[in-house]
Design a protein around this ligand. Structure first.
Ligand code: ATP
Ligand code: MG
Length: 383
């Protein structure tokens, strides 16, 4: 009787000890789970019920563990249908003994997920542990690296295009200058002034061409650095257009018939006249450059409620349809323009200037029929 009593007490003690250590181990594992750093863990059973959901990221994700614990995946409202079906498949695979490894995005956070099959009392897998580690910061760095690499590649591409363009476009004027200089050297006796003057004029013309190219580069780098600001001032767009057409007709032997039409009255714009001048001259010089002699170039100015439009129309070589989407790209030159001098920078700059003044630029073009550019610039707001 005494012996059996003792053993009963022993048994009670042992059970108490076991209980204590079970409680200790449970509180230990739940403490680990609760503080699971930089992520969270979930335990699923084979009925897709969440037995446990703990971890630091729970707070970050603004999730209420009370709603989730014990709930079936199908009944969790924050998961989409697709997410639920994937999760259930992963649970099944894990309980079948697979260790899965993948990444997911949930509420703007990225997680790397590892799944581990868990053994139950009878050493049979009864549940699956899903460990979610927050990798959002790493992802951000990865993305930044990728962007930096892309930028560098673009810059390299731009550099190599510049080198090939520059070697082509600089060579012609430079060799013309050299030839003229040599010829001047040979014509240094008296009476050859006229010839010398002709060669000096050649040199001047070619230097001017080089300066135009270099200025375009300067404008581009200024635009790239955000250093071009539109300095607004009031000016008459009709008068400016007339002056520019006059300038071009006198200084260049265009061989074209420039037809200008506009409303009879002045049109006042409150924009940067230097930028408008640049846009106008570029479109006009393209129209001249890319159309045959003795054809008409039509320049039309119109006014609507909010915009003033400038239309520059030529009857030239046109832009091949398949290349039109690249027209405003830096260094773009169409196939049918390869034999005509140009850097492919003009329209890129024009577009940036137009947009700097809140305007738009569009075009229509047919090969061998002609091209029409349409620029719309905002009218001053009347107070
Ligand atoms: P740049 O103006 O810098 O001297 P470019 O004229 O070649 O050189 P853009 O003015 O940017 O450069 O024009 C880009 C390309 O678009 C041209 O090379 C040409 O192929 C095509 N293009 C532009 N305007 C016309 C036009 N009016 N008619 C036909 N093609 C044109
Ligand atoms: Mg041009």
């Amino acid at each position: 009787m005494v012996a059996s009593n003792l053993s009963l007490e022993d048994q009670i003690d042992e059970t108490k000890e076991a209980e204590k250590s079970a409680i200790a181990s449970k509180s230990l594992s739940s403490a680990i789970a609760k503080n699971f750093p930089n992520g969270f863990i979930i335990v699923f059973n084979s009925n897709f019920e969440m037995l446990l959901l703990e971890g630091e990221a729970i707070v970050k994700l603004n999730l209420d563990t009370m709603v989730f614990e014990g709930a079936n995946v199908d009944d969790i409202p924050v998961f989409s249908k697709k997410q639920k079906s994937k999760l259930k498949q992963d649970v099944l695979k894990t309980i079948a003994g697979e260790h899965l490894r993948f990444q997911i995005k949930f509420r703007n956070l990225y997680f790397s997920v590892n799944t581990i099959p868990l053994l139950g009392d009878n050493t049979v897998i009864s549940s699956g542990l899903f460990v979610y580690t927050d990798i959002t910061a790493q992802k951000k760095i990865e993305r930044e690296d990728k962007n930096a690499l892309k930028k560098e590649q673009e810059l390299n591409e731009l550099k190599s295009r510049f080198v090939s363009m520059a070697s082509h476009e600089f060579r012609t004027p430079l060799s013309a200058i050299q030839t003229s200089a040599i010829l001047i050297g040979r014509q240094n006796e008296a009476g050859k002034e006229q010839k010398r003057e002709k060669y000096v004029a050649q040199i001047k013309k070619n230097v001017k061409q080089l300066v135009v190219i270099l200025n375009d580069f300067l404008s581009l780098s200024k635009l790239g650095e955000g250093k071009v600001i539109a300095n607004k001032e009031l000016f008459d767009f009709v008068a400016l257009s007339k002056t520019l057409i006059e300038e071009v007709s006198v200084t260049k032997k265009t061989g074209k018939n420039i037809i200008f039409s506009s409303p009879k009255k002045p049109i006042s714009l409150n924009l940067d006249s230097k930028l408008v001048r640049h846009i106008f001259l570029n479109l006009l010089s393209n129209a001249i450059k890319y159309s045959p002699k003795n054809t008409d170039i039509n320049i039309k100015i119109e006014e609507s409620t909010f915009f003033v439009s400038l239309q520059v129309q030529d009857k030239g070589i046109g832009i091949p349809k398949e290349e039109q989407d690249k027209l405003f790209d830096r260094f773009f030159r169409a196939k049918n323009a390869q034999n005509i001098q140009g850097t492919g920078l003009g329209l890129n700059i024009v577009k940036q200037y137009v947009e700097l003044m809140d305007g738009t630029i569009t075009f229509t073009s047919d090969t061998n029929k002609g091209t029409t550019f349409l620029v719309k610039l905002p009218k001053p707001i009347k107070k």
